[in-house]
Write a protein that binds this ligand. Structure first.
Ligand SMILES: [Zn+2]
Length: 86
């Protein structure tokens, strides 16, 4: 069995008792600003779980972006009126 390029030994799991086990971000699934639980750490990434909808996201330390990004923002202006009524 092949080992992944990054050794799993570099991954750390929090247990929720440390403030760094929580990360504030905007969830791309439910569009809420949440304090997500950090499921696991890697040198450049954090795996997050949304406490509101339970979906997972990934935070990229280099780009400082949470994936997936919110599907609802930024607000799109100039939509036809019919769309705004939905
Ligand atoms: Zn969510």
């Amino acid at each position: 069995m092949k080992k992944p390029a990054i050794g799993w030994s570099k991954f750390t799991k929090g247990n929720g008792s440390d403030p760094k086990d929580w990360f504030s971000y905007k969830c791309g699934y439910c569009d809420n600003n949440v304090s997500g639980y950090v499921v696991a750490y890697a040198p450049k990434l954090k795996w997050l779980q949304c406490p509101t909808c339970g979906n997972g996201s990934v935070y990229d330390h280099d780009q400082k972006i949470v994936f997936p990004t919110s599907a609802f923002g930024p607000e799109i202006n100039g939509l036809p009126d019919e769309v705004g009524l939905v």
